[in-house]
Design a protein around this ligand. Structure first.
Ligand SMILES: O=C(O)CCC(=O)C(=O)O
Length: 297
């Protein structure tokens, strides 16, 4: 669904100004949005997954390990598809606290695409280079929104997610490096336009929530603090927005309608999108390329 059609429906969570800010700037931040009762449950679920990761010695389809990970000191960069690893995450992602919020920016009919939990353990976890999300999972329009929730909050030292203000309205950049690897990182030579005055660093207390359009240029620097910086990142779309490539982070829940009705017709925005590699025969994660850029998409 296109923004002008979304705006014809009344908002449930966002004020008119917040909704306008999302469409004008490509993101909006809601300080302390997720209630403490949910955060307590989500942290407990994450602690269980961290326990499970002690037995893991190399990156797999669920755990992306951080340097120094061991049985005695589990260090995670990411948990892929946390909603398929612990029921609390799926309960949360299908609760109106999330789905009504998503509806305010994608329209009343909301579809789930995928999710990840970027744990970003403390003491030197890698960052994420500047990138756009949609070239990894192209859709028929640009409704996809990532909703990022800081489970413990985020200080400037913890490698906050940073967004280039208004970049969703600009071009899509190549996510390949000079050698042709899909590294999900914009090349230095394409970043001349990105001046400091456009960079917004998203910090805040526990439950602070970011809505990020799928075209927005964003990234984050390493977490140098001692504490982890868990950021839960479910992705929702309008029900009438359809992916046309396999998801790099698959889930049995991909395509589930989590609010409203399924769509009979697809919505199209014909602005071009660079295609990701052909992943039909297996996803080659970003961290598997020789030249490490960031450990995972
Ligand atoms: O966790 C972060 O700081 C950035 C996450 C991100 O950009 C991504 O997962 O695409």
């Amino acid at each position: 669904m296109k923004p002008q059609d979304v705006l014809k429906h009344p908002a449930h969570v966002l004020t008119d100004a917040q909704r306008r800010a999302f469409f004008d700037h490509g993101f909006v931040v809601l300080p302390d949005y997720v209630p403490e009762a949910w955060l307590t449950r989500l942290r407990a679920a994450m602690a269980e997954l961290l326990e499970r990761s002690r037995a893991v010695t190399q990156n797999d389809g669920v755990f992306v390990l951080e340097e120094g990970h061991s049985e005695t000191e589990p260090r995670l960069h990411r948990v892929s598809s946390p909603q398929d690893q612990h029921p609390t995450f799926w309960e949360f992602m299908t609760d109106p606290v999330m789905t009504d919020l998503a509806a305010d920016v994608v329209g009343p009919d909301v579809k789930f695409h995928h999710a990840k939990l970027n744990v970003k353990s403390g003491k030197g976890t890698q960052g994420f280079g500047w990138h756009q999300d949609i070239p990894a999972w192209p859709h028929t329009d640009f409704s996809p929104v990532t909703i990022g929730i800081y489970l413990d909050g985020c200080t400037p030292e913890q490698g906050p997610l940073t967004v280039a203000d208004g970049s969703h309205a600009g071009p899509l950049f190549s996510m390949y490096d000079d050698a042709g690897n899909f590294v999900v990182k914009i090349r230095e030579k394409d970043l001349g336009w990105l001046t400091d005055d456009r960079i917004r660093s998203i910090t805040g207390g526990p439950g602070t929530t970011l809505l990020l359009n799928c075209r927005a240029v964003h990234g984050s620097v390493p977490n140098k603090s001692a504490a982890a910086r868990p950021l839960l990142l479910p992705v929702y779309t309008s029900a009438d927005s359809f992916p046309y490539t396999p998801s790099p982070i698959p889930s049995p829940h991909q395509g589930d309608i989590v609010r409203g009705q399924a769509a009979k017709y697809a919505s199209f925005d014909t602005r071009p999108v660079e295609m990701p590699p052909d992943w039909r025969f297996g996803y080659k994660p970003v961290w598997s390329h020789n030249k490490p850029q960031k450990p995972g998409y």
